[in-house]
Design a protein around this ligand. Structure first.
Ligand code: SAH
Ligand code: SF4
Length: 347
């Protein structure tokens, strides 16, 4: 029997669980406090629970279903974990510390079906969605790590690990709510970002379901020809359709949208594409996040510093904010979009 993962359980669901073991409702609150305030994942260490309840929990529930298979720390402090699921699959989570932030890069799926040509995760194909518990356990595990390290807490979360979060929308939305809740991980809503490759029908569904969280769209190409060659989804929903939906999302949610834009030498990082991107972003309630290509596809190269500077110079003439992502953890392949594991399913 697969044990039920209770990190994502509501208080009512926990009360029903403890009731099924013949225990009073207040035990549910105690378990919840252990999990979220003490960040405990071992029922045996929940010392104010009666032994019978601990045994019942151990037999049928879990809040730590993942095994750490590997852990790498970069010279810049970026830390990557490879987790193994109960059914023998591998996926990755990254902690990116800066002076004032502890950001976690969360995975939403094992592998990804979208087939983007620059992305290492795409080479795995799609294996399955992560469950709500598996998504939350990444935050739980990393929160415990950060607390042990320096008493701090995870301040930001981005769904830029493996997978397309809007194709696991229910679990990702519920995970965001629990990540934000004061009884959960207490991460501010505007510090939780979901990044999508542009699954058009899901963008408005997301906006209706979770309008207060941040949304980023991976644009990556400034015209249909280029974007289709990098992201097969563009053949289904072209840039025009995507932008119309983006505008509708902005109207619906009142949020500023982020466009992620990957910089690839001679492809997406040319003066012409900078001008196209400037036209796209102008007069939209958006900002641009430039991501220089990380090692992913041997046939693609990152642009030189001069080429990036020229690209930024053209964009700087626009009426929108432009940020450039600093490479983090390059020595451990920890950057977003590089999270394809060398491990293979064992069974
Ligand atoms: N599937 C979602 C979220 C995960 S990918 C999406 O595509 O938005 C997270 C980000 O990493 C995306 O913006 C993607 O364009 C970027 N990315 C993927 N591979 C990359 C690479 N090799 N170098 C730089 N960025 C990459
Ligand atoms: Fe999937 Fe995002 Fe990678 Fe594209 S960039 S293959 S959508 S994880």
């Amino acid at each position: 029997m697969t044990k039920s993962h209770i990190l994502g359980a509501s208080l009512q669901e926990l009360e029903a669980l403890v009731a099924s073991f013949g225990q009073p409702a207040f035990r549910a609150k105690q378990i919840h406090n252990w999990m979220f305030q003490n960040l405990e994942s071992d029922f045996a260490k929940m010392t104010n629970l009666p032994k019978a309840l601990v045994e019942s929990l151990q037999a049928s529930a879990t809040c730590s279903a993942l095994k750490v298979k590997a852990n790498q720390v970069s010279t810049d402090g970026t830390t990557k974990w490879v987790f193994e699921t109960h059914d023998g699959h591998f996926f990755e989570t990254v902690l990116i510390p800066t002076d004032d932030r502890r950001s976690i890069c969360v995975s939403s799926q094992i592998g990804c079906a979208m087939g983007c040509t620059f992305c290492r995760t795409a080479t795995m194909g799609f294996i399955r969605n992560l469950t709500l518990g598996e998504i939350l356990e990444q935050v739980h595990y990393v929160s415990r790590h950060v607390r042990a390290l320096d008493g701090g807490r995870v301040s930001n979360a981005i769904f830029m690990g493996m997978g397309e979060p809007l194709l696991n929308l229910d679990n990702v939305a519920t995970a965001c709510e629990i990540m934000n809740s004061q009884e959960g991980f207490g991460i501010a809503k505007d510090k939780i970002t979901v990044s999508t490759s542009g699954v058009v029908p899901k963008i408005l569904e997301w906006g209706a379901r979770a309008p207060d969280f941040k949304l980023a769209i991976s644009l990556n190409g400034s015209n249909d020809e280029m974007r289709s060659s990098l992201m097969p989804i563009n053949r289904r929903y072209n840039i025009d359709t995507l932008l119309k939906t983006a505008d509708e999302y902005i109207r619906l949610s009142g949020q500023k949208l982020t466009f992620e834009y990957i910089l690839i030498k001679d492809k997406t990082c040319t003066p012409e594409s900078a001008r196209e991107l400037k036209r796209i972003a102008s007069h939209r309630h958006c900002k641009i996040n430039l991501i220089p290509l990380n090692r992913g596809n041997p046939d693609m190269e990152a642009p030189s510093d001069d080429e990036i500077a020229e690209f930024e110079r053209i964009l700087a003439q626009g009426d929108f904010q432009v940020l450039r992502r600093r490479p983090r953890g390059p020595d451990i392949y920890a950057a977003c979009g590089q999270l394809a594991t060398e491990q293979k399913k064992v069974a």
